[in-house]
Ligand binder design. Structure first.
Ligand SMILES: Cc1cc2nc3c(=O)[nH]c(=O)nc-3n(C[C@H](O)[C@H](O)[C@H](O)COP(=O)(O)OP(=O)(O)OC[C@H]3O[C@@H](n4cnc5c(N)ncnc54)[C@H](O)[C@@H]3O)c2cc1C
Ligand code: SF4
Length: 490
């Protein structure tokens, strides 16, 4: 292990970040690297405990606990502490195809189940992961490594998000000839057209995609399967098909005034903003506007940060639930994911600009009101009361007399997704679940159609990058088994 007494001697440090007031003037990443010396200290805090929970990858009460990729965290912490970076990188790449993505955007369920977190702040696992892979690229240790032997089997992957990319990488490593089809003009799924650049710069995605190309994977963009190429044609041309088309069907708020101009889905807003940065195309601008983001989750936070960079006059984010507690509640014990108050990058930025956190809690929008041109001008809301019951359920009710009117010229709806667009599944005649996702058993990924598999958000529903990589890897293993009758993929 690293340093036996490290967790007693050293305190956790937050990864350095650029000054919020400065970084909102550009779209570059807000995080900064730790110094190598500081990383060594942070890695020394790992206790290498007898039964580490950080890499268990379980789901407890619907939330991840431990790393879903089973990253060998105590091992690479120890190697970083010993300055054995190249070995740490090898260990990390055994379980994670794309640590440069997770090291930047993962909510780090590993840290919530770190044993040190029982009595102190957890080990800074995510920052160490990012440092290992970034050093790997800087030092030129990561080079294209195409397979030595090809099997002659052909696999089509539909969708180039993290699930599709991880599956393609694994299948290519196993020697299959892989083609990834993407309906958008760029590869990456939500890594490219969802997660904003200040969290994940697009050059980081391109760097990985170029590596995959050099290793022999073919990418076909601007091609929608089910429209530009039929499901039948794809099945006939390939030995297996993996559907990784995500889960991006918007959830809407169907209340009075919804038809007003100036109300958009968060995804349309974010995608246009990213495309605008990359190609100079038109964006939905928040400049000089009062912006209201409906939805208290991470997508909403990304909208807040984007609106700030566009020069919004004010930004407020509405959440349906109460403010999270500062520390774990009894009903949320370790090693569950800690549902505690977090000051994400977007909220720090809003506080730096406007002097306060932009979040409003337990609030419900009752109607949108438009001006004489049909453009939204205000939102009417009411405060809610949430009552928990003994069986863990809760009820919500409006508090009379708390009605309020908010000015808004731009409203962004970020209240989640209702499953996958059905067109692709229908084209393949793949059965759906009641949640509008592909029906394919976890761990097997087979659908009701011979030779057609499904993974990632398309199977699981809108989730996390780390789960998408996990499912892509596992689905690749099952496809390899299907094609070769045995598999050496993990
Ligand atoms: C705004 C936003 C921010 C997020 N931030 C984070 C974060 O910070 N951390 C985190 O862990 N997770 C985050 N997530 C969730 C995460 O991005 C997803 O869980 C993950 O990208 C899912 O990967 P996937 O490969 O299954 O699908 P996706 O990334 O959705 O990719 C699916 C791809 O399939 C393509 N496609 C669809 N239909 C077809 C077709 N018929 N033919 C060809 N191609 C098709 C789509 O164009 C898309 O490129 C965020 C999600 C959103 C919406
Ligand atoms: S991928 Fe996420 S959960 Fe796994 S070690 Fe990295 S930050 Fe932790």
């Amino acid at each position: 292990m690293g340093k036996a007494t490290g967790f007693l001697e050293y305190k956790r440090k937050k990864a350095p970040e650029r000054d919020p007031k400065v970084r909102i003037k550009d779209w570059n990443e807000y995080q900064l690297p730790f110094s190598e010396n500081e990383l060594k200290i942070q890695a020394a805090r790992c206790m290498d405990c007898g039964t580490p929970f950080c890499h268990t990858g379980m789901e407890l009460r619907g939330m991840p606990s431990g790393c879903p990729l089973y990253n060998l965290i105590p091992e690479w912490n120890d190697l970083v502490y010993q300055n054995r970076w190249q070995e740490a990188l090898e260990r990390l790449l055994k379980t994670n195809n794309f640590p440069e993505f997770t090291g930047r955007v993962c909510p780090a369920p590993c840290e919530g189940s770190c044993t040190v977190a029982l009595s102190d702040d957890p080990v800074a696992i995510k920052s160490i992961e990012k440092a290992i892979i970034d050093k790997g690229f800087q030092e030129g240790w990561i080079k294209p490594n195409p397979p030595k032997v090809r099997t002659g089997k052909k696999v089509a992957v539909v969708g180039s998000g993290p699930a599709g990319l991880a599956a393609a990488d694994q299948l290519n490593k196993a020697g299959h000839t892989v083609t990834v089809f993407e309906k958008d003009d760029r590869v990456g799924g939500l890594l490219t057209y969802g997660i904003p650049s200040m969290k994940l710069e697009k050059s980081t995605v391109d760097r990985r995609v170029n590596l995959l190309k050099q290793e022999g994977i073919t990418f076909v963009t601007n091609t929608e399967i089910g429209k530009d190429i039929s499901a039948e044609e794809l099945k006939e041309s390939f030995d297996a098909v993996l559907l990784c088309a995500g889960s991006q069907k918007h959830r809407d708020i169907l209340i009075e005034g919804r038809e007003s101009k100036g109300i958009y889905f968060a995804m349309d807003y974010l995608t246009k903003s990213i495309k605008g940065l990359l190609d100079g195309t038109e964006v939905i601008s928040a400049e000089g506007k009062d912006v209201i983001v409906i939805g208290g989750g991470d997508t909403g936070a990304d909208c807040v940060a984007t609106a700030l960079r566009q020069g919004a006059k004010s930004v407020v984010q509405f959440g349906k639930h109460e403010k999270m507690p500062d520390s774990r509640l009894e009903r949320n014990p370790w090693p569950e994911y800690p549902n505690t108050f977090k000051l994400d990058y977007a909220y720090e930025e809003a506080a730096a600009v406007f002097g306060e956190d932009p979040r409003e809690y337990l609030i419900q929008t009752k109607k949108f009101v438009a001006d004489e041109n049909g453009h939204v001008k205000e939102l009417h809301t009411v405060q809610m009361e949430k009552t928990y019951h003994e069986d863990g359920t809760y009820t919500m009710k409006e508090i009379p007399g708390t009605e309020k009117v908010w000015p808004a010229q731009l409203v962004l709806i970020a209240i989640g997704f209702t499953g996958t667009e059905p067109k692709l599944l229908d084209a393949f005649q793949v059965e759906k679940t009641s949640r509008n996702t592909a029906k394919a058993k976890y761990g097997q990924y087979t659908t009701n159609v011979e030779g057609v598999f499904a993974a990632g958000d398309m199977r699981r529903g809108q989730s996390l990058v780390v789960w998408a990589i996990h499912e892509g890897r596992e689905a690749a293993r099952e496809i390899d088994r299907y094609l070769m009758e045995e598999t050496f993929l993990p």
